[in-house]
Ligand binder design. Sequence first.
Ligand SMILES: C[S@@+](CC[C@H](N)C(=O)[O-])C[C@H]1O[C@@H](n2cnc3c(N)ncnc32)[C@H](O)[C@@H]1O
Length: 466
Amino acid sequence: MSRRKHKYGPLSNLEITQFAAEGKCIARLDEQVVFIPFTAPGDIIDAQVTRKKKNYLEARATHFHQRSDLRIEPKCAHFSVCGGCKWQHISYEEQLIQKEKQVINQLDKIGKVTPKKLLPIIGAPSEFEYRNKVELSFCHEGWIEDVTDKSVLKEPALGFHVPGRFDKVLNVEHCHLVNQSVNDIIQYVGKFTKEQEIEHYNIRMHTGILRNLIVRTSSLGGLMVILVITEKTALIDQLLQNLDEKFSEISSLNFVINTKKNDTIFDLDVVRYSGDELLYDQIGDLKYKVRPKSFFQTNSTQVFHLYEAALKLAQFNPSDVVYDLYTGTGSIALFMAKSVQKVVGIEILPQAIDDARENAKENGIDNCTFFVGDMKKAFTNELIAQEGKPDVIMVDPPRNGMDKEVIETLLTALPRQIIYISCNPATQARDLALLSESYEVELSQAVDMFPQTHHIENIVSLQLKR
Ligand SMILES: C[S@@+](CC[C@H](N)C(=O)[O-])C[C@H]1O[C@@H](n2cnc3c(N)ncnc32)[C@H](O)[C@@H]1O
């Protein structure tokens, strides 16, 4: 095992003083800020610098002289190597306090906006086992220790990518964000493929057979497995047959042949080995079809609370025409359809719009119209002239927020209210600043969809200035 010393020396007796963005904490070294993951205010540590930037350092804790009172014992054996749960070492109550603070801070610092009213953060009903989808990678050579050590496990792995490393996979024994049945399947596949010496993928050389394992569950009880491979050998057949026989909870068993250099399966055929072609899930009263490649919110229980909170802030009239920008599979659009006259949903992925139309039909909803397109080209004054002037617009963009062309169209469409749902309060704050010439930020409400991680969803209600 090779251990390389980092070119920047070790830092001693650093005191962690506060939480920062991206799940990291801050210590100060003279005038310099040091960002350190997996620590908590009150920790006193030695650390190794992992990155030096002009205005700050990044480091990893190597030794704890004193441990913060905020600390609790992380549940997961992979904590601090796996990048998934950066906050398992602090209580859920404290996570919620910090998430709420970060939202307020970003709205203030980046957007220079102070909402007239802040509604309390909505915590998730389950702190663990809330994810309905997990995607793991096979790798010919796994990692065992922390990233600074370059510690390679000289045997194949099935698990998650080490943060920032496309070619390094941490072997995962148990993920606490998914349920026991999913973990049993992961363990079985990991064990069988190693024992049978089925070649795991070499990400640099693009060789090997086993690439990815995707497992999806539904709140209505279904379980879908998708095994991604480069070829279907006799041993792969045996693995699929064993899964089918041993796990009665699998309702849909599939494989995908991927011989491309990238991991995406969106452009590939999913082949059904056994069971159903899809899962059904539910949000409130609505049923959704979830196909192997469909997008569906990963915390299906908490997404109900997110949509309910957004709907409450929206104060719809039955005669309202509502636009749902970045509609995905139309799940919010369908959720609010019965409260308004008409919903117009727009989304870039054609397959998501196919699902949205199918889900509308499935639920007997006929007042939603869906369009495919890049928002900056599809959401235009011409479309508004054709579909009707919006009374309320719901936006739920990806992490990088809205393009400036979309904001310009919002500022000419001038709906009475905009409800802005965001998974990245920093870009949300930037967009709010741009909308502030015509809108006031009335209310802000954070909703936690992802306990144990630093991620937070925030809903803001904007009212047209009189
Ligand atoms: C945060 S998701 C919102 C999904 C949906 N509102 C829901 O609750 O399930 C953002 C959506 O924006 C879509 N998207 C990303 N970039 C886009 C663009 N430039 N134009 C239109 N849609 C885009 C993504 O495909 C994704 O479905």
